[in-house]
Write a protein that binds this ligand. Structure first.
Ligand SMILES: Nc1nc2c(ncn2[C@@H]2O[C@H](COP(=O)(O)OP(=O)(O)OP(=O)(O)O)[C@@H](O)[C@H]2O)c(=O)[nH]1
Ligand SMILES: [Mg+2]
Length: 222
């Protein structure tokens, strides 16, 4: 590339390489999906097709970025785990994050008709994202457990809330009942093997306890 007197502007760019030898987790989350789900009349509390669409977008991301070893999603969010040794885009945070968010968002729009053939997409959905490094497999497992525990608590609350509303209570009454009843909170009790080709499996299972991880030791390595 030709040198010019303007080259110096590159020195303003910041170095944003993520810490080496750490698990990289990218979490994306739908922006204002409370409104988006109202406008598009999603079933309450869970719209199966909306969740299937999220899963399908996540599969696209996992298939496109080879160093993602695991991903977990709930509601309007999805977490993607990249292996510790990944050199994807030299581990540059802005590249990894922006690529994930943009691929997920465009997949969501492209696949919309496949999952909602009768519904028009009324405006463009968009997602925010963050990227965090976790230094150990234990902390990564705690991160994933945290997201799933959150899912259980929210689902328990939302399921009860909408059942009360369907049974004739007002939203305020349902809220008050659930406050009084104090919904029981649930307690929450390593480089992958070389792969030549990855098979993406969509599953619904417990990732808080050890069974899943013991049955699939290859995902996070030894
Ligand atoms: N009806 C329905 N709503 C859903 C479903 N999945 C997600 N949502 C909505 O999406 C929201 C996701 O929660 P948040 O991410 O905290 O809310 P948000 O409106 O997206 O706000 P920001 O993420 O802060 O922009 C839920 O509160 C629901 O309103 C679904 O399957 N059915
Ligand atoms: Mg959201």
């Amino acid at each position: 590339m030709a040198n010019s007197k303007f080259e110096y502007v590159k020195s303003f760019e910041v170095e944003d390489r993520l810490m080496p030898s750490t698990w990289i987790v990218i979490r994306i989350d739908g922006c204002h999906f409370h409104r988006f789900s109202e406008v598009h009349e999603f079933d309450k509390p869970n719209d199966e097709q909306a969740l299937n669409l999220m899963n399908s977008c996540a599969v696209s991301v996992v298939e496109e970025f080879p160093d993602i070893v695991f991903s977990y999603g709930v509601s309007d969010e999805y977490s993607f785990v990249m292996k510790k040794t990944t050199k994807f885009y030299q581990r540059r945070a802005s590249k990894i994050l922006s690529l994930t968010v943009s691929l997920f968002s465009s997949a969501y729009v492209m696949k919309w008709k496949e999952f909602f053939p009768q519904k028009e997409l009324k405006y463009p959905p968009y997602f925010d994202g963050r990227v965090v490094c976790y230094p150990s497999t234990e902390i990564l497992r705690d991160y994933l457990a945290w997201r799933q525990v959150d899912c259980h608590i929210n689902n328990q609350y939302n399921t009860c809330f909408w059942m009360l509303v369907k049974s004739g209570k007002s939203k305020n009454e349902a809220q008050d009942i659930l406050k009084v009843e104090e919904i029981t909170k649930l307690t929450d009790d390593g480089d992958p093997v070389k792969r030549y080709r990855k098979k993406v499996i969509v599953d619904h299972c417990d990732i808080i306890g050890p069974s899943f991880w013991n049955e699939h030791p290859d995902i996070l390595g030894k």
